[in-house]
Design a protein around this ligand. Sequence first.
Ligand code: AMP
Length: 219
Amino acid sequence: MRLILLGPPGAGKGTQAVRIAERHHIPHISTGDILRANVREGTELGTEAKGYMDAGDLVPDDLIIAMVGERITLPDAAEGFLFDGFPRTVPQAEALGQLLAERDEPLDAVLRLAVDEREIVTRITGRRTCSGCGRIFHVRYDPPTADNVCDDCNGPLVQRDDDTEDVVLNRLAVYRRSTEPLEDFYWQRGLLRDVEAAGSPDEVAEHAFAILDELSARS
Ligand code: AMP
């Protein structure tokens, strides 16, 4: 399946993406994760992207589109993929449409995670990521067994540089301005599906799975 997860920062895209990708045996492609890896490795792309990321602003479209264009040609994406955090602007969505049309590989669905904005700041500022394996915890909703240590690999948990409150508020404003128009873009193309994202991660996943099962049954 070729899927996109859409939703504001803090809607749970990363958490759900891991579950959906595993269940459907498709790679989870997070443009944020790819960019953070580039920043860690000090590549040219990482150096260029870091300032935008730290401020909660979007990295320019041409850099993102080139990065994604390369990523989807890797063999693991031949049978499908799940994008998390991409596309984030109408030009990115248009470029993706063109890339997929050239490959004759249309999208199956865009899953929109709908969540109350007041909940978002609490969710994001409490988020902690394992620097070893990338597993995501939350200090209140999904705490690790031992403080700041990953349950899976014992790696140290860290807060992302852009998960502080002032940066989160900017990321939400950027979402409303640049990314929300994609909801209409994909609705008009008959691809948008709403996933209720207010429950526990398991409940949200069940809802997403039901939507995807229905889609698979139809095709
Ligand atoms: P994320 O992990 O998806 O929240 O992304 C973290 C940051 O990476 C964002 O705040 C942006 O600065 C940058 N980023 C990730 N994906 C994109 C994208 N598709 N377009 C532009 N910037 C992006």
